[in-house]
Unconditional design. Structure first.
Length: 312
């Protein structure tokens, strides 16, 4: 074969093979080849894929990727201050009180190593909307399992979660149900309902787990609960003090306690830069008002007669 012919053949071969383009499938992804006529019936695992040459009229094969590991989705029911649109999206309980709630979903792709799973994965690619991967060739696209969930099931899931919350009469009831690991518990009910919606909508994703978190009542309920707890503790403290004082038949405990309370009043008044008037309830004589002078201890004041203290 003449050298000129051999050179021409080599040049032609290099031009043909040089136009072929190879693109990577990253370790955490799988991909499918999108041709001008649709997806090929082949799943590409991590490695390189030959997409062939660009056509003269601009048509070409493209690589569409999707993350193959579990995909986390978070459904949030937040108040005005937490939501992006400044609207109140909280759930309502049976007593009509609002509830802040997060539900974290872990979704999995179909098992593409099995025939039925491969068929479901093909449908997942068809439901997705591929977008160009930033900082890569325009021939590499990506879809997300979360976007498929959002389009096919999200509104139904959020609606059903609101219905579940409304089945609980108040915050104490739903909070107690969080610790219930049975099928009647709040967590298991969430998983059951979401899995049912995915199946009903024929979404090619499976639910691995769903877990509620950041569950909080309205601020008014938190404040009322805190006030009630503080009042309960105050009642217990008062009972302990009165029981302690009543146990002393001599009355010395009462006298010492009274001195301590009066001294605390004086100290606080002096800290604020003011005098104060203490209502004296001594055991002798009628109740009288005693002005407390700065820089005097309560013991000094008590030793003085009310009229003497008033003159000073």
């Amino acid at each position: 074969m003449p050298n000129s012919i051999r050179f021409s053949l080599l040049l032609l071969l290099s031009l043909v093979t040089g136009c072929n383009k190879y693109f990577d499938v990253p370790p955490n992804d799988i991909g499918m080849k999108l041709t001008p006529s649709g997806y090929e019936n082949q799943i590409y695992t991590p490695g390189q894929v030959d997409l062939g040459r660009d056509d003269n009229n601009g048509q070409m094969n493209k690589l569409v990727l999707i993350q193959r590991s579990g995909v986390e989705v978070k459904e949030q029911f937040l108040g005005k201050n937490g939501s992006e649109d400044k609207e109140d999206h909280r759930c309502l309980l049976g007593d009509k009180s609002p509830l802040t709630l997060d539900v974290r979903l872990l979704l999995a792709l179909p098992d593409y190593e099995k025939p039925e799973g491969k068929k479901e994965l093909n449908r997942l690619f068809l439901l997705g909307n591929p977008v160009v991967v930033a900082e890569t060739s325009s021939r590499v696209l990506r879809i997300s399992a979360e976007s498929v969930y959002n389009d096919q099931a999200r509104q139904l899931v959020r609606g059903r979660l609101r219905q579940l919350c409304a089945n609980y009469k108040d915050f104490d009831t739903i909070f107690a149900s969080l610790a219930d690991a049975s099928e009647k518990g709040f967590t298991k009910q969430i998983e059951h309902e979401i899995a049912g919606i995915l199946k009903l909508q024929n979404v090619p994703l499976s639910l691995v787990s769903a877990f509620p978190s950041n569950i909080k009542p309205d601020d008014s309920i938190i404040e009322a609960t805190a006030a009630q707890m503080a009042a309960d503790k105050r009642v217990v403290a008062i009972k302990k003090i009165t029981d302690f004082l009543d146990a002393d038949k001599t009355g010395s405990r009462v006298l010492v306690y009274r001195m301590q309370v009066l001294q605390e009043i004086v100290n606080r008044a002096e800290t604020n830069g003011h005098n104060t008037v203490v209502l004296s309830t001594g055991s002798e004589g009628p109740t009288s008002l005693i002005p407390i002078v700065n820089n005097k201890t309560i013991t000094q004041v008590v030793k003085e007669k009310p009229e003497d203290a008033a003159k000073k």
